[in-house]
Design a protein around this ligand. Structure first.
Ligand code: SF4
Ligand code: SF4
Length: 425
């Protein structure tokens, strides 16, 4: 950390000793996984800086925003519309849950066989190591999978400002109506938190800010269809992860800057891996910071990741919101239209996801798909089987991986990945 942030962390109620431990592990992991890569685009320097200040400068910025009367809202899911938060003078941050922490304590609250993502969100709270969570004025949970739904009932006792949003499970007119009602309820809750009424202008501006972020990420994604790949999957994943907590305007500018650089790389046929490197699409559960295990194993086993069909990736960022509405109601309809297309595995049936995986495999010229499920994640584990079958029927080699955040299975995973990558060659 380039400044002494200790008093800020102390004020937020963090356990400084445990927090130091987390930062040390994070720093070491980042060094080994990201900084050891060769030929990285220069623009990644920005993301290296963001990561080095992830609990420092960004938190300081949020605290300054709070001092000026802005509210901070934390979210665990891409169904929580950032546009509404921005329109009501609030900042939305994704609460990452990508590492095991305080597991012994966590297992006093949720069963052992709960997915790592849910356990991690409890661990960060119980271990008092997440300054984002502690800086929030409201934390939004959502009724998505059964694990999360039930976990929020318990988390409510630990997080006093938890707000739970209900979500549909079926893409029917009734499902859409439920989403619309919930977005209106959320809008009212945010307005009452900030004391600011959302207007046509403020909502339009919120939509445009988030659309710009998404457009920049789309631009980056499309450049990855080139061969040789101009950027590693790890670095692209990092940009997708930072999407959730950086200042939106600065993030958009930084991603566009990398894209300018990548366009020059592409003209010069300069890649991060050779042209012959097998290209894989990663599909499945979201990968929150600092969950970098699988991409790191894939890219250190001789393949390059060319796309992420994930909420921290294209499932979360594709589709822009139509901003042409002339009333708050019309803009809210556009938001519901946009978010109702998110093809999370909690929906039943969920045919759009398979179509999207096939479309992505084609667009990014992937030689194969690696399907990633967290252990005990029923929705994605259940979908992984028919998806594997359908992809294989379409001559797209597919490997199903089920894992967690620990490094215990790293050796075994590497062996399976190497065999799959060999097959792709
Ligand atoms: S996978 Fe589903 S529940 Fe998880 S963040 Fe994505 S949309 Fe939300
Ligand atoms: S990874 Fe699966 S089980 Fe875990 S929160 Fe997401 S959808 Fe639920």
């Amino acid at each position: 950390m380039s400044e002494d942030y200790k008093s800020m962390w102390e004020k937020l109620g963090l356990d400084l000793e445990a927090h130091d431990m987390l930062l040390n592990v994070l720093g070491k992991g980042y060094q080994d996984i990201f900084l050891s890569q060769k030929d990285r685009p220069e623009g990644m320097g920005y993301f290296d800086f963001v990561m080095s200040e992830v609990h420092g400068l960004r938190i300081k910025e949020l605290m300054d925003e709070k001092d000026q009367g802005r509210k901070i809202i934390g979210s665990y899911c891409v169904f929580v519309p950032e546009e509404i938060a921005l329109a009501a003078n609030a900042t939305l941050v994704g609460l990452c849950a990508g590492a095991d922490f305080a597991m012994e304590e966590v297992e006093k609250y949720v069963p052992r066989n709960t997915c790592a993502l849910i356990k991690s969100s409890f661990g960060f709270k119980l271990g008092k190591v997440c300054p984002y969570l502690e800086a929030t004025d409201m934390v939004v949970g959502e009724n998505t999978c059964d694990g999360k739904k039930k976990a929020y009932e318990t988390l409510k006792d630990l997080v006093s400002n938890l707000y739970v949003m209900d979500l549909p499970q079926v893409k029917s007119p009734m499902g859409r109506e439920l989403l619309k009602k919930e977005y209106y309820r959320f809008k009212e809750a945010v307005e009452s938190l900030t004391g600011k009424t959302i207007t046509v202008e403020s909502l339009k501006q919120g939509i445009d800010t988030v659309n710009a972020k998404r457009k920049a990420i789309h631009r980056l994604s499309l450049l990855r269809k080139e061969n040789p790949a101009p950027i590693s999957g790890l670095d692209a994943l990092l940009a997708n992860q930072v999407f959730f907590y950086d200042n939106p305007k600065r993030f958009t500018e930084s991603v566009n800057k990398i894209c300018d650089e990548l366009e020059i790389r592409i003209q010069n046929k300069q890649g991060v891996f050779s042209e012959k490197t097998p290209r894989v699409l990663l599909s499945g559960c979201p990968m929150a910071v600092p969950n970098w295990k699988l991409p790191w194993l894939i890219e250190s086993s001789g393949a390059v990741i060319v796309g992420e069909e994930s909420c921290v990736g294209e499932r979360g960022t594709r589709n822009l919101t139509n901003d042409s509405g002339r009333t708050v109601e019309e803009l809210m309809e556009a938001l519901v239209d946009r978010y109702f297309k998110v093809d999370c595995a909690i929906f039943t049936p969920n045919p759009d996801r398979l179509s999207h995986i096939k479309e992505m495999a084609k667009t990014y010229r992937a030689d194969g798909v690696i399907h990633y499920s967290l252990q005990f994640c029923q929705p994605y584990l259940m979908e992984s089987m028919p998806i594997e079958k359908a992809l294989e029927d379409n001559n797209i080699p597919t490997l199903r991986i089920e894992t967690d955040y620990s490094m215990e299975d790293a050796g075994q995973l590497k062996t399976r990945l190497e065999a799959f990558i060999e097959q792709l060659k």
